[in-house]
Design a protein around this ligand. Structure first.
Ligand code: SF4
Length: 444
């Protein structure tokens, strides 16, 4: 630490996926251990950190917009600016050339060095000069074992069980920004689950870029999730994001039989065309995917299935898009994240395949799938009308503090008016579903 008598105040903004949210919890923990304090108020911050995402164009643009705002603030007063995470890792040259205000760059495997890097930058600033520090080495071993995340509260505790990815899907930058796949020691994961339960969390979501590839000695993901689900005090266990290639029968049986493992599987499809799946390097065919869905539904009839789809991947024809459309009609997902393909630097697709589908065609395809998915999602949600479903209360509804928002076991949002029942976030209630839209169920 530098010699300021009160702790230096850090403000952190997080972009992108839940892995990044979870990484920000690690960063807070590491910096607090070193004497830093955190503030939500940007005006008071001595240090502004951005934990960035390089996966989608949207997050990328938001980070650049945010850096523009920091530029204005840094002109007015001393400020250390740090960029962490995937963009720091993948766009070091671009960021340092285009954005000279950055003092610290730290990739996803370098967070243990952050307290030192920030302290050095603060000291340099106090002495009237600027010192830039970059830590971007990827590690084959770093899993942040032993760093207890500094959680923000709520009902759900995220626990990262593995980091990195070895799959090299051709559109994806993650293997380059987060490095090789590595799994945490199961005992440290179980200790973290117990700690979360002791802090009052009711739900745990196991996280990993490829969560069901988890392996540590004789522990696979099925054994791990069963052990986490047995943690006293934890009522629900979820996981994200899995790869369709890693669903052995014991894992499906674990989901089917353990009452605390939620009956929700996010199963990224990406495309309904075998040629495009092959170009994407997804390691399964549409036939494999259909068979997996059939097996899941046979073993877990009340499963809620959700997915991710990319429209307009390199050279995707109308016919191939229609195959995706038809597969979505057949499988009937509860919800789907539908994205237009956007080329990411340094990926296999960027090197090998031209991004040759116009933005207009991509948008039309996205819109057609979104419209289809809305109809399917609304129809599936209407099936809940008349049923009484257990709900974990999460928080006030966004639109009204007079309503609660909670989630079903299948991760579907439910909204209902607050009554006389003394509910609190983290409690369970069972309610009669009276109405439904694509986005939510409404209860009595
Ligand atoms: S499985 Fe594919 S899409 Fe998922 S993180 Fe790995 S490379 Fe990216």
């Amino acid at each position: 630490m530098t010699h300021k008598t009160t702790p230096h105040l850090v403000h952190i903004e997080t972009f992108g996926c839940q892995m990044n949210e979870s990484d920000s919890e690690l960063v807070r923990s590491l910096l607090k251990q070193d004497g830093f304090a955190f503030t939500d108020d940007r005006e008071r911050a001595d240090v502004m950190l951005m934990n960035t995402c390089a996966i989608r164009e949207n997050a990328h643009n938001k980070v650049y917009g945010h850096l523009g705002e920091l530029h204005a603030i840094k002109k007015e007063r001393p400020l250390v600016v740090g960029v962490l995470g995937c963009m720091a890792q993948s766009l070091k040259d671009e960021l340092t050339k285009k954005v000279p205000l950055i003092d610290v760059l730290a990739g996803p495997d370098a967070y243990r060095q952050l307290p030192m890097l920030i302290s050095n930058a603060l000291q340099a600033q106090e002495q009237g000069f600027s010192k830039k520090a970059f830590a971007l080495d990827l590690s084959e071993y770093e899993t942040y074992d032993g760093v207890m995340p500094d959680r923000e509260g709520g009902t759900n505790a995220w626990i990262t069980v593995m980091r990195g990815c070895d799959n090299f899907c051709s559109f994806c930058v993650v293997p380059y920004t987060r490095g090789r796949e590595r799994s945490r020691d199961p005992q440290s994961i179980l200790a973290e689950a117990q700690q979360a339960a002791a802090l009052g969390y009711k739900q745990i979501t196991l996280l990993g870029q490829n969560v069901n590839s988890y392996r540590s000695d004789d522990w696979d993901f099925a054994k791990l999730i069963l052990a986490v689900a047995d943690t006293p005090g934890i009522e629900r266990v979820r996981f994200t994001s899995p790869h369709p290639k890693d669903f052995p029968r014991p894992l499906l049986e674990a989901i089917a039989t353990h009452p605390k493992i939620c009956k929700h599987i996010h199963l990224p499809l990406q495309s309904g065309s075998d040629r495009i799946l092959d170009l994407m390097g997804r390691l399964y065919t549409t036939d494999d995917y259909r068979k997996l869905v059939d097996q899941i539904r046979q073993l877990i009839p009340d499963i809620v299935l959700t997915t991710d789809i990319i429209c307009g991947f390199c050279s995707e024809t109308d016919e191939e898009f229609n195959q995706t459309y038809q597969l979505v009609e057949q499988v009937r997902f509860h919800s789907a994240f539908v994205f237009a393909y956007s080329e990411r630097k340094n990926t296999i697709a960027a090197r090998k395949y031209p991004d040759d589908i116009s933005n207009e065609v991509k948008s039309l395809r996205v819109q057609r799938l979104v419209d289809l998915q809305r109809e399917i999602g609304a129809a599936l949600n209407r099936d809940y009308i008349g049923q009484r479903v257990p709900i974990l209360v999460e928080r006030d509804a966004t639109r009204s503090p007079d309503q609660w928002m909670g989630k079903t076991d299948g991760n579907i949002a439910v909204i209902w008016n607050k009554g006389t029942e003394p509910l609190q976030p983290g409690m369970f209630t069972t309610r009669l579903i009276t109405d439904a839209t694509t986005a939510a169920l409404f209860a009595e």
